[in-house]
Design a protein around this ligand. Structure first.
Ligand code: HEC
Length: 150
């Protein structure tokens, strides 16, 4: 009897773990009219993501302004704010709802800011920073054409 209960609880645990892993990969998504994948979030989570997005656009502006001024130290500071440290600060509940494709694009984008910050801080090469920023904007647009919020 004890063995059987143990067996059942083991099976249940495996099912739960599998379900958790499935949720982690798939996230909370729905199809949408425009062909993009809609990520279904609650109001607070949606506001959090969009606030972060507006700050990202401000960062693009801040880095370009600093590069124009030849102030590479400032460009580095602005870019660093949204490096990987920022992604690690995202709420866990949100990470569970984001599909894998979104998380990996988000990861590439946060790493991109660290790369820009490293370049700006070390050599301070204007041209290289602009090239990296152009690559970075490609990550923004790739994600926007694949995902929306709902
Ligand atoms: C991992 C995916 C992802 C990446 C990377 C990403 N975004 Fe977004 N962004 C979104 C989604 C999803 C929305 C909501 C779009 C919708 O619902 O139509 C959004 C919305 C926005 C908005 C609108 C905000 C508002 O208040 O409505 C801005 C501005 C924005 N993003 C800027 C950026 C910039 C700049 C970058 C790159 C530095 C970037 N995003 C990178 C997913 C991403």
């Amino acid at each position: 009897m004890g063995r059987m209960l143990l067996g059942i609880s083991l099976l249940l645990n495996i099912a739960l773990l599998g379900g958790g892993a499935y949720m982690f990969m798939k996230g909370s998504v729905a199809p949408s009219e425009d062909g993009r994948t809609a990520i279904v979030l609650d109001k607070g989570e949606k506001a959090f993501v969009l606030t972060e997005m507006r700050a990202l656009l401000e960062t693009v502006h801040a880095v370009l302004l600093a590069v124009e001024d030849g102030d590479m130290k400032e460009a580095g500071i602005a870019a660093r704010k949204f490096g990987m440290a920022d992604m690690q600060a995202a709420p866990k509940s949100l990470m569970l709802k984001m599909p894998m494709g979104f998380k990996s694009l988000g990861h590439a984008m946060h790493t991109g800011w660290d790369t820009i910050a490293n370049e700006a801080e070390s050599m301070g090469d204007k041209k290289k920073v602009t090239v990296l920023l152009t690559e970075q904007l490609g990550r923004c647009t790739a994600c926007h054409s694949a995902f929306k919020l709902k």
